[in-house]
Design a protein. Sequence first.
Length: 632
Amino acid sequence: MRPEDYARLGLRSGLEVHQQLNTERKLFCRCPAHVYTNAYHAEVLRHMRPTLSELGEYDGTALMEFKTRKNIIYRIHRSNVCTYELDDAPPFEMNDQALEYAVEISLSLGLSIVGEVHVARKQYLDGSIPTGFQRTAIIGVNGEVPYKGRKIGIQQLSIEEDSCREVSDVGHLRIYNTSRLSVPLIEIVTLPDMRTPTEVAEVAHALRKVTRGTGRARKGIGAARQDVNVSVTGGTRIEIKGVHRIPLIPRLVHYEALRQKALLDIRDRLAAQGRTLDGFAPRVVDLSALAGPVSFSPIQQGMARGGVLHGVVLPGFSEALNTLVGPDRPFAQELADQVRVVACLDKLPNLIHHPSPSPELATATWTRLRTAASAGQDDALVLVWGPAMDVETAAGEIIDRARQAFRGVPQETRQARSNGTTGFERVLPGAERMYPDTDLPPIVIPAARADAAAARIPPPAWEQERRFAAEGMKPHQSEALVMEGRYPVVAEALQVQGVSGAMVAEVLLERSRQARRAGVDLTTLGHEDWLELLGRLGDGRLAREAVPELLPRLASAPAGGRTELLDAAGPPALTMIKAAVAEALRERPRSADPEARRLFWMGRAMHRLRHRAPGRQVAEIIQDRLIAVEEA
């Protein structure tokens, strides 16, 4: 589709970017952050229940989660969890390092820092947080990022504690790993200023560069993820949850826009047929007595385990259930998704319906069931089977989703799938789930503290890239250095005589990546270590060729011994270089090609010198020796 096609749909999209902060400790306790393991020492069972908001109301999402009747298991490792995470102890004061990092990133986005930080509780009953709520606080508001000649508005930046990682979710049992629980996390919320799927992905990448460019964001798998908000004219805001890969965003936004258009078409066709929500009278019929002759193995298996078979009659939905709302996804799949999540009937297929383009049952069987259910010609009959309580819940969800079809697009949170489609996850949360936290006092942020943070932060990502490009770096090198948060080292190194942009990119990107791929932990090297290494390269005290062999030794050396190691790695004396060349020239290469022979001798000489000598100097000496031999 072209931009004008999305404009006709009235596509609007925004982002909620979540990024872990690279702190030493968690947000509201003193446990170490970023200690991840699949091992565990204990398991804790919890059941979640909704609570009333400050205004005496229940959040719709909380009520939906309560209907699932989940058993929540938390797997705990003693190295990274304490009694705070399990809601057995009150919180510590907010991690000041995390707050400082959040302020700095807020300023990088042009946000205004709040005068007081007020911690609130955001209710989550999916079990992802053992307390049943997430502690969160707004740090900055009303910012923007430049994008292709215009500005993308940033509504706010919040700091909050990360949730558990889901291990499995089968039936009524959900298991979580608590390793990442309470790790400091920021959430950046944009305005719905993006108008095409590609724009959404590009803005997400730009925001990731801003956070990474501060050097305060954690890198690695699971450190960053996005929620994507999508709506079209006549539709409503849909939140696509937990998008881990930015390249998946365009397809997700595209398909969600078309899904909403299809749902609006279904609404309009129902209205054109004279169907109204007030006149909609669905029925649930127990068809268990007729299940015996049904030759459909999922139903037979469900009944063999003591289950029941119910039919849900949806008047006027014979055409609607077969209408495509996505690639190979009829509207009936919307019902099946809701049954899977809420009723926990997650063994698919969990329902079948008639009429259907590919009926699973014989025509005679459907006729018998439709007659028993008193289904009319224009009615759809949906069959659902399984444990009695789950089937009762499922029938209610099928009717609820059918009722929502009269309104068009229901407000909900959806799961991202790898093919770009989405599935129902939960009802979209409302303001009722937020309430003040009475365990933590407000935190004052004086103007002087914000000013000090502003003085510390590097320039925004787009300015960093311009600076690097001016030093002769290629675009992909500039972007990579920003994403790795290397601006402080790069900016200071470029001020050293003899250090070029090409040299910096070679050491900090190419050579560093080679070392990491070989298993070298370069995090042991600090700011001053990199500056000294680059400075010696710039003034000739160290040859570039020495860097690959030197980096692993520097990383494993004690901090106090790195200068001596660099001294020892310096260029050898000219006499040593000439001796190494002489030794190399005594060897006889197999090739008769002159260039191949020179490369052979070059490699042998550099090996003898342990790559500490400048390659250009060694090549010149070899060439001089060869010329001398030819002249003799």
